[in-house]
Design a protein around this ligand. Structure first.
Ligand code: KG4
Length: 333
């Protein structure tokens, strides 16, 4: 089944064409908005929706051209319905519904988190179900029991910041720029992860819940009063911060897999592109005899190929979105 998928939940306008039943990506286009948000150190929602409006048609056209197809070949439309910035979501979701209506095609609204949880299915070596998944992005940090391609049980999520948000905020404190995750990761390569003993929030009573606000405050507390850290200390701060985030993510994921009796662990979301996290999780999974499935970095950050997969399975499970279906900013999976 040929699926045309659209993702516009935040600051990337993305379109993909996927032969979903064969899990074959024919086109995967992403137009990033980092340039317009960078001067503000974070995403400005109004600017994001305006850029989505400018980019949605050319990005979809480019994806179809990459795939060597036209709309006549498409059998299903899928688009992110939520959660995310509602102005941004409305652009992509409305576009998909309009194309579906004009072409007499089915359209399915997709939960963005389902996309991240299924991104690993786009890899040549994909996991069977069930599996335990850690979702770590700019807007979410949560552990899921994935029982099937349209059956997700949330085991726990963050009480405050998402892991990616913590990366972005710490990068801002250090004056590094936006988005902070990749910048911190690069500087951490030259730092000592044991230089600062930053706190790990284990939250013993809520074993699958996360919290990163204390860690963020601990980083602020090692900065001088004028807020400008010594340039030589920055790589050590980055490496120590990254180590603290990763250790909690890794250990809680293993605990969740053990609790579920699962042998397979899956990573998804923008922070899953972090090399340190990938290496540490791989090492611990090997030690515990678990198989780890990591999406390629291009399928970790926001993309429409993962939305095509989630849309395909939701459609198979009987879901469909009519023209009056609305985008949602907050609904949990
Ligand atoms: O999944 P994503 O593209 O968007 C959301 O749905 O949130 O994730 C974006 C987040 C940002 O917070 C960004 O700083 C973080 O993922 N990120 C990283 C890395 N690459 C992206 N964080 C740590 N290390 C990276 N290499």
């Amino acid at each position: 089944m040929l699926v045309l998928a659209i993702e516009s939940s935040c600051d990337d306008t993305a379109a993909a064409v996927v032969e979903a039943d064969r899990r074959r990506v024919l086109a995967n286009r992403i137009s990033s908005q980092h340039d317009i948000h960078r001067p503000f150190g974070g995403i400005v929602p109004e600017l994001a929706s305006r850029r989505h409006i400018e980019m949605i048609q050319p990005v979809v056209a480019a994806a179809l051209q990459d795939a060597g197809l036209t709309l006549d070949d498409i059998q299903l439309l899928a688009a992110t319905q939520g959660p995310g910035l509602v102005g941004s979501l409305l652009v992509g979701f409305t576009f998909a519904k309009a194309v579906a209506l004009a072409r007499h095609l089915p359209c399915v609204g997709v939960n963005h988190l389902a996309g991240h949880l299924l991104a690993c299915l786009l890899e040549p070596l994909a996991p069977d179900f069930p599996y335990t998944a850690l979702l770590v992005s700019g807007g979410n940090t949560a552990l899921f029991r994935v029982e099937g391609p349209a059956a997700f049980v949330c085991m726990g999520r963050t009480l405050d910041d998402a892991a990616g948000e913590a990366f972005d905020k710490v990068a801002k404190m250090l004056g590094l720029g936006y988005p902070g995750g990749p910048l911190i990761a690069r500087l951490a390569e030259h730092g000592d992860p044991t230089a600062f003993n930053f706190p790990r929030a284990w939250l013993d009573k809520e074993r699958f819940t996360f919290s990163f606000s204390g860690l963020k405050t601990a980083v602020r507390n090692v900065l001088p009063a004028n807020g400008r850290p010594d340039a030589a200390a920055i790589p050590d701060i980055c490496a120590s911060f990254q180590a603290a985030v990763s250790e909690v993510l890794v250990e809680k994921s293993l605990l969740a897999a053990r609790e579920n009796g699962h042998k397979r662990v899956v990573l998804g979301g923008g922070v899953a592109a972090n090399q340190h996290l990938r290496v540490q999780l791989a090492k611990r999974c090997r030690e515990e005899g678990l198989s780890l499935f990591l999406p390629s970095p291009i399928f970790c950050t926001d993309n429409a190929a993962m939305i095509a997969m989630a849309g395909f399975y939701a459609f198979q499970a009987g879901e469909i979105s009519g023209p009056d279906a609305d985008a949602y900013s907050r609904a949990h999976l």
